[in-house]
Design a protein around this ligand. Structure first.
Ligand code: PLP
Length: 398
């Protein structure tokens, strides 16, 4: 039977990463593909204790409907933490709890983008966001990027020449997939350009607290005195992704619209987990927990970079200062998608760079590797197979 799906959804390709994840659940496959945090970091023991207390004493609240803005005490502790630690949020701002940063992006697009509007983004960029933005019929335009993130000269030109730009979508810190971080000066310039052209900035910052090296760079939102920035954060990478909890900090009028958009989407985020995370934040030490995760990921990142240098010295990559990904450019113009197919045949999953492009049909010589999930042995074995496959591919060229 032919189903008459909406053009909105027919135009979307399934996320290459979600498709790869289906394969990586096969035993024996080494997955360097997903952006999953390591289960070693999940605070399962604390969560079990808190869960037991909630079910025993507060089940009537936890299992009841809640308000769309989120569980009030969690909104409060989240907003306080953001303001005190990162200067995110001013008196004109408010905060809503969402079902992961992904929902924050989707709701922002829903509230701001009309069909035919233009949204500017980095290229490469996070597939989940690109698809969420595409689903509202917008025209995505890539702004060229370099080792310092989005090129501000190019952004200025594009903003001057392009009508109907509604949003600039950016992942300024430890960008997914490239790993790069935008310097403070570029953040200031982006904000000034957004102000000049009357455009909103959607700052997506889920990796922000996973820094292993280098100097702290403040969020764009912390510089936002005019109410131009919608800030999307997440508990996925610093607590656990399965709880599906994120947050958006934005001017009050924007949060009011996001709340209406959320009401028609999922009413509210899972109340039990909102209460659990709230209790965790109030009674445990999230910063100490994040420090442990950082130490583990730093070790894994170093393991991966040294294994690649040993086994695949012809691969071009720059170690990121944080986040979960290593972006690698293959030598000799090899195609990333073809290379990942061959790696799949050897039981190693990686994501082709082309999956992160605005133009889904374009090729890319890059691949994205994740280092947070695999064990040290898997990192070594995976990198050794990358080296072997590269030698084979380059050998066939001669
Ligand atoms: C850049 C970026 N933004 C947002 C998300 C969404 O994360 P979540 O919905 O789990 O908070 C991800 C997940 O990988 C991501 O990489």
């Amino acid at each position: 039977m032919e189903y008459a799906f909406s053009s909105r959804i027919s135009a979307l390709q399934p996320s290459a990463i979600r498709e790869i994840l289906k394969v990586t659940s096969n035993p024996g496959v080494i997955s360097l593909a997903a952006g999953n945090p390591s289960p070693e970091t999940f605070p399962a023991k604390d969560m079990a204790e808190i869960a037991a207390e909630i079910f025993e004493k507060r089940f009537a609240d936890a299992l009841q409907y809640g308000v769309s803005e989120g569980y009030d005490p969690l909104r409060r502790v989240t907003a306080e933490r953001l303001r005190e630690k990162f200067s995110v949020g001013r008196d004109f701002d408010d905060l809503i709890i969402v079902s992961g940063g992904q929902q924050g992006i989707e709701l922002s697009a829903k509230c701001f983008a009309n069909e035919g509007d233009v949204i500017l983004c980095e290229e490469p960029s996070f597939i989940g966001a690109l698809n969420a933005l595409r689903s509202y019929g917008v025209r995505l335009m890539a702004v060229p990027c370099g080792p310092q993130g989005m090129d501000m000269g190019a952004l200025e030109r594009i903003l001057a020449e392009t009508p109907r730009v509604k949003l600039i979508y950016t992942i300024p810190t430890f960008q997914n997939p490239s790993g790069v971080t935008m310097p403070l000066e570029s953040r200031r310039r982006m904000l000034a350009l957004a102000e000049k052209h009357g455009v909103m900035i959607l700052e997506d910052n889920p990796y922000f607290e996973l820094r292993y090296d280098g100097q702290y760079v403040p969020p764009i939102k912390s510089l936002d005195a005019a109410g131009r920035v919608i800030y999307c954060g997440s508990y996925s990478k610093i607590i656990a992704p399965g709880i599906r909890l994120g947050f958006v900090c934005a001017p009050k009028a924007v949060i009011a619209k996001l709340t209406v958009a959320k009401q028609v989407s999922d009413v509210h985020s899972n109340l039990f987990f909102q209460m659990l995370v709230c209790e965790y934040l109030e009674t445990r030490d999230l910063d100490a927990h994040i420090a442990q995760s950082r130490a583990l990921y730093k070790e894994k990142l170093e393991r991966m970079t040294s294994a690649l240098r040993e086994h695949a010295p012809m691969l071009d990559f720059t170690a990121p200062q944080g986040g979960l990904f290593l972006w690698c450019v293959l030598p000799g113009g090899l195609d990333g998608a073809e290379f990942c197919r061959r790696m799949g045949g050897k039981g190693v999953a990686a994501v082709p760079g082309a999956s992160f492009l605005v133009d889904e049909g374009a090729g890319s010589p890059a691949i994205r590797l994740n280092f947070s999930l695999p064990s040290a042995r898997q990192i070594d074995a995976g990198c050794a197979r990358i080296g072997e496959t590269l030698k084979e591919c380059l050998g066939e060229r001669q």
